[in-house]
Design a protein around this ligand. Sequence first.
Ligand SMILES: Nc1ncnc2c1ncn2[C@@H]1O[C@H](COP(=O)(O)OP(=O)(O)O)[C@@H](O)[C@H]1O
Ligand SMILES: [Mg+2]
Length: 265
Amino acid sequence: MLEAPAPVMHMLAFDTVGMRYADGTQALHAVSLAVPAGQFCVVLGSSGAGKSTLLRMVNGLVTPSSGTVCVAGVRVEPRALRGVRRRIGMIHQQFNLVQRATVATNVLCGALPEVSTAAALAGCFPAAFRRRACELVAQVGLDERHLHRRVRDLSGGQQQRVGIARAFMLDPAVVIADEPVASLDPRTSREVLDLLKRQARERGTTVLCSLHQVDLAREYADRIVALRHGRIVFDGPPAACQPSVLTAVYGQVPVPHAALREAAS
Ligand SMILES: Nc1ncnc2c1ncn2[C@@H]1O[C@H](COP(=O)(O)OP(=O)(O)O)[C@@H](O)[C@H]1O
Ligand SMILES: [Mg+2]
């Protein structure tokens, strides 16, 4: 007898998710999206499209007003939050590092869910975490000299490398990156996205990364999910993200970027 095929494992599953903030703003309308394990999924959209709202639901920073979000089959809800958060790394647009602390301390902060507050305050991290922090710092292209530098003395690109190292500290199943390169110049943006994608590929990490730049989305995404006014207006591979789609994403506003001009010519 033939066995039924195994169901596809979706690492992230948003089911008819809606979000209405207290002031009445409807940020998301019945969004459904399933992201398989290991995918680098870019959420593309202009400012106010609902990207951050969607991403922040994954680790429970925003609670949907309707619908459900599951991570590895576990529903994100108050009693499950601790467990879910251990499996998620987060990378922020403004890096969210402790500016006066060293690179080593910031990277070690990625292990906080596994270390008691008292130990962390005293700077007592287990040796295994210290070794891991050193490895990660090297993997993100910083050298040993950087370990004891204060973050505030680093460039934006270097700070985001620290942010990536911190996010991968507990070898998360999922990394949420909310506009990780919005504060960086184009060249540094590509370096940082290269690095994020490589780290994720090597570990099989699922990435949900929001971007507002179409050319970067087309270059790095396995899949692009475009949001406009809180609705999915495109979901497909980068090659299918043609100018007509971009008009749907950005409305009537022309988007002057090289990839679009090439696609249109
Ligand atoms: N805490 C909040 N209270 C009220 N409205 C909010 C809040 N956060 C976001 N919004 C609104 O929700 C919509 C989507 O915002 P957001 O998810 O931040 O979009 P994006 O990240 O794509 O710029 C916007 O209209 C924004 O002003
Ligand atoms: Mg945002």
